[in-house]
Design a protein around this ligand. Structure first.
Ligand SMILES: [Zn+2]
Length: 427
């Protein structure tokens, strides 16, 4: 848990709980059911009794039950992908939005962005909040903003703007930085002709191979930020191995499968409570991200820090009962002697119920040995998984592709997910 559960945090939390109870149908119903009234939190231990919330509650029209301000107070509504086709809804009033901008600007300042910078924002604008909130936050730091957006056919124009206007900061997703860089290079453009010294990424995890490739392509340092439509949580320091949470207005918890706090250094699901968010309070909101709390960082900044491990639901349970998770796949691909930049895993079955796992793997390795090496690495996922392969219970297909061939596997795309279960007969 965030180490600073001090008195001011406790006061803010109780105000938020009271606001939610008094103004939202969902919290009123739930707290009456659990506590016969509005609960009061006096310590970390009391907080553990407050029920969790999660993404399913804010999908589609269900989100209106959590809204805790009059409709006319809402100034923005953004959306992001949900679990079953219904997008999650994120309404903000002006103070909420101001809070998002304040904290985002604080993160950019921590990354070293100043009023001297020329920032090019290359993310999809529109219903995804990141473009608008990044723009407002950079403006808050008096940086010059070029809201380029992300249009597939305009990569060359975007780079021309970058070169001519001497852009110093590129704000984008890792996939866009990678694919754009690759496309420019393939078209014979000298990508080193740029003035960028920082690439601030958001929206996706950055495996080490992707970080190094992007830094090499662009000749700039990559700084990853941990943010989602739910909240901006933190940003990397110079150690680049986790995210610092820079202020006390978000309570962080890391819980095990039973909902209990994990011990220091343990891996668990991230739970957040943004204390200043009023239009749609998210109290003990399960993010669906598995993270690890890091007690000390060598950078010495003193802010709490966590490391992203994987998305909680990026896993398959095969018909043999064997589990295969994103964490295990990433770890085995990291052990290869060549780089894998992005990948997608698709599980399917035929009419007889025979299952096949297809791995689509982006790499620039030419080696003929790569098939055997990947198969060997996947066998090391677990003893059970190795048995499942060697006994022929499941077919494995490996498809090697060039960088950019997986059109989009980041969370801005509804259609393409890193782990896709296309089985007609899910077990
Ligand atoms: Zn640090």
């Amino acid at each position: 848990m965030n180490s600073n559960f001090d008195n001011p945090t406790c006061v803010k939390l109780n105000k938020l709980i009271q606001h939610a109870y008094n103004n939202s149908d969902y919290y009123k119903f739930e707290y009456d059911r659990f506590f016969s009234g509005c609960p009061s939190v006096k310590s970390k231990e009391d907080l553990l009794n407050i029920p969790f919330t999660d993404g399913k509650l804010i999908e589609g029209e269900k989100s209106s039950d959590l809204i805790a301000v009059p409709e006319e107070e809402i100034c923005y509504i953004f959306f992001s992908g949900g679990t079953n086709g219904s997008p999650k809804t994120f309404p903000y009033n002006f103070p909420d939005w101001e809070e998002v901008i304040r904290y985002r600007a604080m993160c950019y300042e921590f990354a070293g962005v100043t009023s001297e910078d020329i920032v090019q924002i290359m993310v999809p604008y529109g219903i995804w909040s990141v473009g608008q909130s990044a723009q407002d936050a950079f403006e808050r730091l008096n940086a010059t903003v070029i809201p380029t957006g992300c249009w597939k056919d305009a990569v060359f124009e975007a780079f021309e703007i970058m070169r001519k206007l001497k852009t110093t900061v590129l704000m984008t997703t890792p996939s866009i930085a990678l694919i754009t860089g690759q496309e420019l290079i393939e078209n014979g453009i000298d990508i080193s002709e740029n003035h960028i010294d920082k690439i601030i990424t958001t929206g996706e995890n950055v495996p080490e191979s992707v970080r190094l490739k992007i830094e090499e392509m662009w000749g700039a340092k990559l700084i990853s930020m941990f943010g989602s439509s739910e909240a901006v949580l933190g940003i990397e320091c110079m150690m680049h191995d986790g995210f610092h949470v820079l202020d006390n207005n978000i309570i962080l918890e890391i819980i095990d499968e039973c909902g209990h706090p994990v011990k220091e250094g343990g891996i668990g699901e991230l739970v957040i409570t943004p204390l200043n968010r009023k239009a749609m309070p998210l109290i003990r909101y399960k993010m669906g991200d598995m993270v690890q709390l890091i007690s000390n960082c060598e950078c010495g900044c003193g802010y709490p820090k966590f490391r992203f491990i994987c998305r909680k639901n990026n896993n398959f349970v095969l018909s043999t009962g064997v589990n295969m998770s994103e964490y295990q796949v990433q770890r085995s691909l990291d052990s290869l002697s060549f780089n894998v930049y992005r990948y997608q895993v698709i599980l399917s079955d035929d009419l007889a119920g025979n299952e096949t796992i297809s791995f689509d793997i982006e790499t620039d390795a030419d080696s003929m040995k790569r098939y055997d090496e990947v198969m060997q690495a996947l066998s090391s996922i677990s003893i059970d998984f190795c048995d499942t392969i060697s006994e022929g219970w499941i077919d494995i297909k490996l498809n090697f592709k060039k960088i950019g061939a997986l059109s989009c596997v980041d969370h801005t795309s509804k259609q393409k997910k890193k782990f896709m279960d296309l089985r007609k007969y899910p077990k």
